[in-house]
Design a binder for this molecule. Structure first.
Ligand code: C2E
Ligand code: MG
Ligand code: MG
Length: 634
């Protein structure tokens, strides 16, 4: 049989280049990378033995029998394993393979692999896949097509996986995967149509090049200055550690006052120093993968916990000496951070956030040179993520609840108003308080949506209840400083109010002192809302920097004394609180004292001249319906 080797020559060259780079470049210590190396080695073996076995068969007269049989067995074995390796790599990309995951699939595929390998290895005796003897020459056995069937099934499985579960990949990654598999399908078809061309190897090689460029190009994972892995690579390794549920240790090594040092020594010297630090770390801790994060910060990882004290001492000693750059001695002092022993982390997201916070702390440290990521920090981040999830769900399902807390007239002692306070009742983590979700909502921009929901629900409550009948004058709604900066807010609130048919004077808007930032914008927003009939109350007066002079500039109709200054007064009375109340009274500004917790406080604040009182002494915030029921009952 005449065989055309044209494809094989170019394929071998390309494969060798690819393999060479893969061997000399740093490799991430994750199964995916190892699996890719196995795939390439299998391709090289398949290609080599495809050529060798063909050559041996063609030149049978000068080749001993056992050599012909052996090259054929190795070729078929490598052929079978290569398809398996290709599919295995794809499965790892999908993270379908990991400790304890898809165990049945792994067992089934291994059993099938063993079966096909068994067929091949025994073929010299059974002739099932191929047979060779001097009289008849080389012959395909009756089960020869089964080897191709195996390959076709694996390719089809990989292809289906991408079609149905490829949504988590980025578009170009998915396209790359699809094209890699399309090439294999084309190759398989050609192999059937034209068996004389050794083309399958070229198709496998092409697909592998596509995978390499998309997923294994280590250049994308290297930080150029230090030639260490970058943060993306760090996340990949952590994901792998978490997938295989193995515990691990991490330490961060960073120079104190990195930016200042950069200014003193200059960028070039500092980059050189970073290169030296990287080299030192690689040399001193060769078993630990090294990553460069940012601002001079290196991260070391280790699956088994090293001798912590020794590692830290070694680094401290080295950082006491200078880093000799081109012509300068660069002195840097060390800030060191590490993870706690047996840290339990449930997700990559939590850990990455923990590391970010740890490095922010370490990076801004003026004196402290040791930081620690402990379980408490990780748990609080995890809780914060649950709160974030609860917040997003409540917002999208319009489930933010309005609780009302009575505001009592100081003279009559009757409830004359209420403050609306947001609550989230989450099916998973239960009742969440605003102290937890408001800061998150302010950070991720969803505070406006939350404010709208609260405002609109309060409008509906006013619409659905007879406020006059219950002797309620108004309901206070809290506005976040960020919400105040939205120029469309006045129009938007007015529209909601009008739709509900609620007079604007029924709603008082509370803003905190911190909102007094962009003064001009805030003033114009307030004036616009006041023109539409709303009133403004300054919340938490005394907790920040607002003073009487600034107060005069703003059109507030009332202030709420922050509960801390109220409580401080009752712990240690000074004339400040009574004189503040007196001054506001003389300015005809209504004063609400918050945090009234007992009778003594009530009487004293009433005597001082406060207009309204609010606090647990009267009632805690309760669900809106309960509030109205209580009013009815009283
Ligand atoms: P705030 O507006 O100053 O609300 C008063 C807070 O003090 C409420 O806490 C209330 O439950 C609590 N409080 C009232 N009386 C007493 C008392 O006698 N003793 C004690 N220990 N606490 C008392 P809450 O409901 O946890 O709200 C905390 C803060 O969250 C609010 O402070 C407000 O700034 C913010 N917030 C609540 N709801 C919203 C909202 O819908 N939008 C915005 N932007 N912020 C909100
Ligand atoms: Mg308030
Ligand atoms: Mg307040």
């Amino acid at each position: 049989m005449n065989v055309n080797y044209d494809f094989s020559i170019i394929t071998s060259v390309l494969l060798s280049i690819l393999l060479f780079y893969n061997l000399i470049w740093p490799r991430l210590p994750i199964p995916r990378t190892k699996s890719f190396l196995v795939l390439m080695i299998m391709e090289v073996i398949t290609l080599a033995f495809d050529i060798l076995s063909n050559w041996a068969v063609v030149n049978a007269e000068s080749c001993p029998d056992y050599l012909i049989q052996l090259t054929c067995v190795i070729y078929f074995t490598a052929f079978i394993v290569r398809s398996y390796a290709f599919f295995g790599y794809t499965a790892l990309l999908f993270e379908l393979v990991g400790r304890g995951r898809n165990e049945w699939a792994r067992k089934t595929s291994r059993a099938a692999l063993a079966f096909f390998l068994g067929l091949t290895v025994t073929s010299p005796f059974t002739g099932l896949v191929f047979s060779f003897d001097r009289a008849e020459g080389y012959h395909k056995g009756p089960l020869h097509p089964a080897i191709y069937f195996w390959m076709a099934v694996l390719i089809a499985l990989g292809f289906l996986l991408i079609i149905f579960r490829g949504g988590s990949f980025r578009q170009f990654e998915r396209n790359s995967l699809l094209s890699a598999y399309a090439i294999l399908i084309t190759g398989t078809s050609i192999r059937f149509l034209s068996p004389r061309h050794i083309a399958m190897n070229s198709f496998f090689m092409l697909s592998t090049v596509i995978l390499f460029l998309t997923f294994e190009n280590v250049d994308l994972l290297l930080e150029q200055r230090t030639q260490t892995f970058n943060y993306q690579a760090f996340e990949m390794v952590i994901r792998e550690y978490l997938n295989s549920s193995s515990s691990f240790w991490m330490c961060a090594v960073l120079p104190r006052h990195y930016q200042e040092a950069r200014e003193i020594y200059g960028g070039e010297q500092m980059d050189h120093a970073l290169g030296l630090i990287a080299r030192y770390l690689k040399k001193s801790f060769p078993k630990m993968p090294l990553f460069y994060e940012r601002s001079g910060c290196f991260l070391l990882l280790c699956r088994t916990e090293p001798d912590r004290v020794r590692v830290r001492r070694l680094l401290q000693e080295r950082f006491e000496k200078a880093w000799l750059t081109m012509d300068t001695k660069v002195y840097l002092s060390l800030v060191y951070a590490e993870t706690a022993r047996d840290l339990k982390v449930d997700s990559l997201e939590t850990f990455v956030e923990g590391v970010r916070r740890l490095l922010d702390l370490a990076g801004s440290s003026a004196r402290q040179d040791y930081f620690f990521l402990d379980q408490e920090m990780v748990d609080s981040i995890r809780h914060e993520f649950s709160v974030r999830r609860a917040l997003n769900a409540a917002l999208s399902e319009n489930r933010v609840q309005v609780y009302l807390q009575p505001i009592v007239d100081a003279v009559s002692g009757k409830t004359v108003a209420a403050e609306a306070l947001a609550r989230i009742e989450d099916p998973v983590i239960g009742l969440v308080m605003p102290g937890e979700f408001i800061p998150i909502a302010e950070r991720n921009g969803s505070i406006s949506q939350l404010g709208e929901q609260m405002f609109s629900k309060v409008c509906h409550l006013i619409r659905d209840h007879d406020l006059d009948g219950q002797k309620l004058q108004f309901i206070n709604v809290n506005l976040s400083p960020i919400q105040c900066m939205d120029r469309k807010l006045p129009l938007f609130f007015d529209e909601i109010r009008e739709k509900a048919g609620v007079p604007a004077d029924r709603i008082h808007l509370e803003i905190t002192e911190e909102a007094l930032g962009d003064e001009e914008l805030l003033k114009s927003q307030m004036e616009e809302l006041i023109r539409r009939g709303f009133s403004f109350v300054l919340d938490d007066y005394g907790s920040g920097y607002a003073n009487l002079f600034r107060m005069e500039e703003y059109p507030f109709s009332g202030i709420k004394l922050d509960m801390k200054i109220v409580w401080n007064y009752f712990q240690k009375p000074t004339p400040v609180l009574p004189s503040t109340v007196k001054t506001f009274s003389s300015m005809k500004i209504a004063i609400t004292a918050e945090g009234v917790e007992n009778k003594e406080m009530m009487e004293s604040l009433c005597g001082m001249g406060c207009t309204y009182l609010q606090g647990f002494y009267f009632s805690k915030p309760v669900p809106a319906e309960t509030f109205f029921e209580n009013l009815d009952a009283s």
